[in-house]
Design a protein around this ligand. Structure first.
Ligand SMILES: [Zn+2]
Ligand SMILES: [Zn+2]
Length: 307
């Protein structure tokens, strides 16, 4: 089951020739989950070929312009391309008023429904069959949310030798059991999936923190993530500035990843002053080795956990 993360925009505050404003696409099966939607996101989506007509959720961290101003243009393009599927948007207080006023003043009509969910509390904000999305408060200059996508556990590994020992004929009965469905044999015996499966295998976890100071709460929130995506607006030389502006340095993001026991860290929300992000990578790598600095259109597959 594929789970791919595509960095659409990796700049902080203002775009540069190489970095568009913040947005990340998660492709899970046929679905698209956008994390933030900075100006220009729709053009990056075209370049990354992620599609405009998928089942889509947009998760907005906070109401700063660099994270939200891509929504109007994206909705308009989706509508012009004939989208009819509803769209779900999650974000902090103010997201609904922003969208309502934009639709009212720009006066464009959408041929699909937009459901806006204002998130007022931490916790699970969406739960489906395959995964849930959780939110936690970050620490920024205005109310800001961090998000995680957490897959539900998969059925355990199938043991053919156990199935054979129980006299279950190979074929469709095996595949039912592999999917976690009980079966009945011709002799009347009922076989439960647990009789032939190992223990359930954990799903994958992706955590997105932008923009924020590091905090204990966020360490807990990012615990055991397969991938932690964290803002790193500044390098160590501007550590004081990071405190003032309520952002993080690359070192602080790395320490957060280390303390949370994350498997991988990708730094994003890179200030325009770092034409070469090598300094951020170097500082972070000294603390947490499995780290990358995001580039626009970089994409990465998150593998299934073995056990
Ligand atoms: Zn920002
Ligand atoms: Zn901000």
């Amino acid at each position: 089951m594929s789970l791919r993360v595509i960095f659409l925009g990796t700049a902080a505050s203002i775009p540069t020739p190489n970095r568009s404003l913040p947005s990340i696409a998660i492709r899970r099966e046929g679905e698209l989950i956008l994390l933030d939607c900075g100006e220009g996101t729709q053009r990056q989506m075209i370049k990354a070929k992620v599609g405009f007509n998928r089942e889509t959720k947009i998760l907005i961290t906070h109401m700063h312009g660099d994270h939200i101003l891509g929504i109007p243009g994206l909705l308009q393009t989706m509508s012009l391309l004939g989208r009819e599927k509803p769209l779900q948007i999650y974000g902090p207080s103010g997201i609904k008023a922003f969208l309502d006023s934009m639709i009212e003043t720009v006066r464009f009509s959408l041929n699909f429904k937009v459901y806006v969910h204002e998130v007022h509390d931490e916790g699970t904000i969406y739960e489906g069959e395959a995964y849930r999305i959780n939110a936690a408060w970050a620490e920024h200059t205005i109310p800001t949310l961090a998000y995680s996508l957490v897959e539900k556990p998969r059925p355990g590994r199938f043991h053919p030798e156990r199935a054979l020992a129980l006299g279950i004929p190979k074929g469709s009965l095996w595949s039912k059991l592999q999917k976690g469905i009980p079966i009945q044999l011709e002799d009347g015996r009922v076989i439960m999936p647990n009789d032939v499966l190992g223990p359930p295998r954990p799903g994958r976890k992706i955590v997105y923190i932008s923009d924020s100071r590091p905090s204990e709460r966020l360490v807990d929130f990012a615990r055991g993530a397969d991938l932690l995506i964290c803002e790193a607006t500044f390098a160590d030389d501007l550590a004081e500035r990071a405190i003032e502006d309520k952002h993080s340095t690359a070192s602080e993001a790395a320490l957060l990843a280390k303390r949370a026991g994350a498997r991988m860290l990708i730094l994003t929300h890179i200030s325009a002053r770092y034409k070469d992000a090598g300094v951020l990578l170097k500082e972070a790598r000294g603390i947490f080795p499995n780290v990358l600095v995001a580039e626009d259109l970089m994409s990465i597959d998150i593998p299934l956990r073995k056990d």
